[in-house]
Design a protein around this ligand. Structure first.
Ligand code: AGP
Length: 613
């Protein structure tokens, strides 16, 4: 949510900042801006548009070796040029870019106004620039870091921020509290960003800042200290080498990231399975969760916590775990869990699910769990992210960088990893070796089966084109098909803006059937399970009311005449079928959105990782 980039070194900063912002645009894209120091003066360029507009606006002749930039997802104030970051003090000496939300912003803005400061934007961030400038004006001997710390000690809320002082054009000050910040170490140059995506083109050596830390970056070095502990130096951390390369973020021959990421799924699944299947004992190896057989056996229940698609993936995981391990499992939106004073059971394994590892609601749920002594592991895609560090152990998704706002390969890898967890929990209980073997083989077959589905893209696209003009759609599923239906509806509404609602098949007759009419198509998910006949009768109920039906199924002898359109996937082991059934719905949403001319990678009002409430 919002992207930050900063640079101090020997290069021309502007292209570095613009390139970094371009890489971060998926985090927020309603306005963008940058500030550099040119001939001792601050030069700020902003746009209410995208980074491409900013690129066209910046002064190519400006040669500056220090600067900060930002791409925004509006929280305080509408997305216009004035509210775009960086924000400055009145004299134009201090510039600040900020992610997160300052909760006492109104109070701070009122105090500044009372002191005669004229605020020009509606943002919380602008207050910070004025406050830092005021600290320096009151005591010119203060370092930029000290002035920033004094300001932040009056601030409540979440932030990742970078401060630039025109009078000290050799340093940037960076602070973190609840919003990700990563430092990139180059050769006599330092970078800072909210996400490694902005850095990997320049360096893979990074240090993640911890909450409550403030860093001062010079071209040749950096120092960190703690905000609260009287400015004591922060514990030294060895830089990490990022396991991603610039090429991982390139589109290659694909028209957009969603299409690229959909097609990367066979390889992403292979990566998730690599080294994790134990054929000898027909089980899974998940060393990262750090639980021995006795501890695994003592788990009496599993609860998945995530938001949006990560929550639906958790629902898929809960179903697989109940089936394989025969212990109760369920999923809950992390956004609800954190607010409802949950009863935390010491014998429950809580699984925090997040692609980005930065989703604020999920992170807060983890912190609430830890505070109450809950046993929590993380399943995240981004190494070094807040949730992976907060949980300390868990399962890495290994999906590779996911850039499109709509999650595809990460969700698939979540479900694959939950199947591994189910296998492991099952095999320390009553799941037989033969059944374990069946799941191991079923998992091994998934990449090729997903590739087979991708090969039918043209047919799925034709169905999507047929129904893209609908104003509303239903996605109907039951039991194994239910989370698939929910995720299918989510994907369609998110990128095509077609109103899509998911319903349990059995619930249709209790109300929503009233909405069925020729203008309301329904996708009905039909796995190869004991409920095929029930699902076919759901189709009949809908058809009898004139509703068009798209059947999505792994049942091979389902005749084409069963529905207005039939989308088929290969048969898999029954417990794993939701993983395959989900793929055509990604393709369906993608092609419906493309037909409607939507900005597929950057749907309106959304951002990739939601680091605010
Ligand atoms: C997925 O398509 C959505 N963009 C969204 O629901 C997402 O899954 C959710 O915000 C959670 O993100 P996370 O996995 O990074 O925590």
């Amino acid at each position: 949510m919002c992207g930050i980039v900063g640079y101090v070194g020997k290069r021309d900063a502007t292209p570095v900042l613009v390139e970094g912002l371009h890489r971060l645009e998926y985090r927020g894209y309603d306005s963008a801006g940058l500030a550099v120091v040119h001939r001792g003066r601050l030069q700020v360029t902003k746009t209410a548009g995208r980074v491409a507009d900013l690129r066209a606006k910046v002064q190519p002749a400006t040669k500056s070796t220090i600067g900060i930039g930002h791409t925004r997802w509006a929280t305080h104030g509408e997305p216009n040029e004035v509210n775009a970051h960086p924000h400055t003090d009145t004299a134009g000496r201090i510039a600040v870019v900020h992610n997160g939300i300052i909760e006492n912003a109104e109070q701070l803005r009122d105090q500044l106004t009372a002191a005669g400061v004229k605020l020009v934007s509606d943002t919380d961030t602008e207050a910070l620039a004025h406050m830092i400038a005021a600290e320096i004006a009151a005591d010119p001997t203060l370092s930029l870091s000290e002035a920033t710390c004094r300001t932040l000690n009056r601030v409540e809320g979440a932030y990742g921020l970078v401060v630039l002082d025109t009078k000290r054009p050799d340093q940037l000050v960076v602070a973190r509290n609840g919003s990700p910040i990563v430092l990139g170490i180059g050769e006599s140059e330092m970078y800072v960003a909210s996400d490694v995506a902005a850095l990997v083109r320049y360096t893979r050596q990074v240090v993640y800042l911890e909450d409550g830390e403030v860093a001062t970056l010079h071209s040749g070095d950096y120092q960190t200290k703690t905000l609260t502990d009287n400015g004591a130096p922060a514990a030294a951390r060895a830089p990490m080498i990022v396991d991603a390369e610039a090429g991982d973020y390139e589109l290659g021959t694909y028209p957009d990231y969603m299409s690229k990421e959909i097609h990367e799924q066979p390889e992403a699944i292979r990566r998730a399975l690599r080294g994790r299947l134990d054929e000898r004992f027909a089980t899974a190896r998940l060393g990262g969760i750090n639980l021995d057989a006795r501890e695994l056996r003592s788990i009496r229940q599993v609860k998945f916590l995530g938001c949006g698609s990560a929550y639906y993936a958790g629902q898929m995981g809960a179903a697989i775990i109940e089936e394989l391990a025969r212990i109760p499992a369920d999923a809950e939106p992390a956004s609800e869990f954190r607010y409802r004073s949950p009863v935390v059971d010491p014998d429950t394994l809580y699984v925090a699910v997040s692609q980005s590892g930065e989703t604020s609601d999920t992170l807060m749920a983890v912190q609430e769990l830890k505070r109450k002594g809950g046993q929590v592991i993380g399943t995240v895609n981004v190494v070094g992210s807040a949730i992976s560090r907060e949980t300390g152990h868990g399962i890495l998704l290994h999906a590779g960088p996911e850039v499109a706002v709509a999650s595809t390969k990460a969700l698939t890898n979540m479900a694959v990893n939950f199947a591994l967890l189910g296998l492991l929990l099952g095999r320390v209980r009553d799941l037989s070796a033969a059944s374990g073997d069946r799941i191991v083989n079923g998992l091994r077959n998934l990449p090729a089966q997903v590739a087979d589905i991708l090969a039918t893209q043209t047919e799925i696209a034709a169905v999507a084109h047929l129904y893209a003009a609908a104003d509303h759609m239903f996605f109907i599923g039951r039991v194994r098909g239910w989370p698939v239906a929910r995720e299918g509806a989510q994907k369609l509404k998110e990128i095509s803006y077609v109103h899509a609602e998911a319903y349990q098949a059995g619930e249709l007759k209790h109300g929503p059937l009233a909405l069925i009419q020729p203008e309301m198509p329904s996708v009905v998910v039909i796995p190869s399970d004991d409920l095929v006949a029930k699902n076919l009768s759901t189709i009949e109920q809908i058809k009898a009311r004139g509703g068009p039906v798209i059947a999505l199924t792994s049942v091979h002898d389902l005749p084409d005449s069963a529905a207005d359109a039939v989308i088929r996937v290969p048969r898999a082991e029954p417990e794993l079928e939701p993983i395959l059934l989900n793929i055509p719905l990604q393709i369906f949403a993608y092609h419906a959105a493309a037909k409607l001319g939507r900005d597929i990678d950057k749907p309106r009002n959304l951002a990739k990782s939601v680091t605010v409430e």
